[in-house]
Ligand binder design. Structure first.
Ligand code: SIN
Length: 514
């Protein structure tokens, strides 16, 4: 198959890039599930954007830089906060409806924001609203085609130029798609941890395929843990938005004691890494697997209207959040690192661009400010689409390349040759216990040893999605662990109990490539 542009992933960054690319040629949007099934659709909290009368771009910039703990790329942050308002207004003009207070947008507060800055939709269904608006915009553009249920096995890179990708259809057919430029927007990798807020599709595929293709990755040690995911062993993991604490929710240990004020002057609204570590330490101290989030003191009607999805979901598990304490624990939430890009999404491989969670522009530094990720997807999706479009126009000779291409002949490992579910489960537990919120040399070395034991799976060639996902999560887990071992210091979301201070070279960035 041949197209002008190939976009891998259909979350906010991928769709926004596709819309931009459609001005330059035909676009295929590939996604391994149905298009709306990704982290974007599940995002609750909202979008941080300097649009309120009290806010300024400068305040948003300052808060983002502060949260990033000294490791943000300032140029990337400037782009984010400056272009954010225009991108959001454009989204509204495409049909996205954010919650209003009278005639004006309603702004919520989240941790580490110095001002109410978070716009939201249907209370706590912001991602869903954005995804729906983008999908409908995409539908109106005749030169964008969707290829759902296609898994990207690998990128096609020849002479250090990306020419497309090798895909696996739901029916098990392997086929190449050639393109002038490829945009990676495959999202995050939370599924490498046993505790995660991410959907099942977040297996780090984009990071793994780029790594195998020779791309440079950076900041892989910086994984953000969200302080509050629902903790009910019988229920699937479910995020309890930071906006709950923004509206006055408080954290209590299992003895019913409020504890956050002991750990930080901003208490429940301290940066995420601090709240997550505080919860973990209270859980240890009280020998419990969870703490409680309490919003029973808030007006019941307000809670139901502000958090309708959370209210309904918890009620399914017999927790009425207006009356009951909610059991919560921290969970892996967001990858700050990823495929290294410039502020136009260009990676170290010509023809390969990346945007959104899979990419690392450096905009989040060592710790992402809450609700900056949807904004990042919109802003950098658009920029990346534009840059990839311009690049693609200059590319000649994709047809002869496609004609000469021969599918790599490699022995395919049959499904069932490995106990893949066991590997997956063991890896996720290992990552949670040894490469989680608090790490040290001993735990990281043990994890790396175990991950290296699965090296053969990383090198094998599979033609089944489940096996390919496990192969990818092994690679991503190994890269995170390697970077975490290399950073001998604690910065932002990366906390080492054996090096509690940042260390002397802490301002440097760790890059990894094959
Ligand atoms: C949340 O609603 O707490 C998640 C928002 C985010 O991760 O930025």
């Amino acid at each position: 198959m041949l197209t002008d542009f190939l976009v891998l992933g259909s979350g906010v960054a991928g769709l926004r890039a596709a819309i931009e690319l459609s001005r330059y040629g035909d676009v295929f949007v590939v996604t391994k599930e149905r298009p709306a099934e990704g982290s974007t659709g599940y995002a609750q909290g909202g979008v941080a954007v300097a649009l309120s009368d009290e806010d300024t771009i400068g305040f948003h910039y300052k808060d983002t830089i502060k949260a990033g703990a000294g490791l943000c790329n300032k140029k990337a942050v400037k782009v984010l906060v400056e272009e954010g308002p225009e991108r959001i207004l454009e989204l509204i003009s495409w049909g996205a409806r954010f919650d209003m207070l009278g005639e004006k947008l309603s702004f919520g507060r989240e941790a580490a924001h110095s001002i109410d800055r978070i716009i939201h939709a249907k209370g706590d269904a912001t991602g869903e609203e954005i995804e729906t608006a983008l999908l409908s915009k995409v539908k109106s553009l005749p030169n964008i085609s969707k290829l759902p249920f296609c898994f990207t096995i690998d990128l096609i890179v020849k002479n250090k130029i990306c020419r497309g990708a090798l895909l696996l259809s739901n029916q098990g057919e392997i086929f190449p798609v050639f393109a002038r430029a490829v945009v990676l927007a495959t999202g995050g990798c939370g599924q490498i941890y046993s505790m995660t807020t991410n959907p099942a599709v977040a297996t780090g595929d984009g990071i793994a395929i780029s790594y195998r293709a020779g791309a440079i990755l950076t900041d892989m040690e910086f994984v953000q843990f969200h302080p509050t995911a629902l903790y009910l062993p019988a229920a699937p993991q479910f995020l309890l938005s930071e906006a709950i604490r923004g509206e006055g929710g408080i954290l209590k240990n299992i003895k019913g004691e409020r504890f956050m004020q002991k750990y930080h002057p901003d208490a429940e609204l301290a940066p995420r890494d601090i709240v997550s570590r505080a919860i973990q330490s209270e859980m240890r101290r009280t020998k419990s697997n969870f703490v409680y989030l309490d919003i029973t003191h808030l007006n019941k009607r307000f809670v139901k209207e502000r958090f309708p999805k959370i209210y309904r979901t918890c009620l399914q598990y017999n927790i009425d959040i207006t009356e009951d304490l909610i059991p919560v624990c921290p969970s892996a939430h967001y990858m700050m690192g990823g495929v290294k890009t410039d502020i136009d999404g260009a990676t170290s491989i010509k023809g390969l661009f990346a945007a959104g969670e899979v990419a690392c522009t450096g905009v989040h530094g060592a710790n992402r400010l809450a609700s900056n990720s949807l904004l990042e997807g919109i802003v950098y999706g658009a920029r990346t689409g534009k840059a990839a479009g311009k690049y693609g126009k200059s590319v000649k000779g994709i047809e002869p390349f496609a004609d000469r291409f021969v599918l790599p002949r490699r022995p395919v490992v049959r499904a069932g040759s490995y106990d893949i579910e066991k590997v997956r489960s063991s890896l996720r537990k290992t990552m949670w216990s040894k490469v989680g919120i608090v790490r040290c040399k001993k735990s990281l070395t043990e994890a790396l040893k175990r991950l290296r034991g699965w090296r053969k799976i990383e090198n094998d060639f599979f033609a089944t999605r489940r096996e390919l996902e496990v192969k990818n999560i092994i690679t991503v887990a190994r890269l995170i662990t390697t970077a975490a071992l290399l950073r001998k210091g604690s910065v932002g979301a990366h906390y080492r109990s054996d090096f509690k201070e940042p260390g002397k070279d802490w301002k440097g960035h760790i890059t990894l490539h094959l």
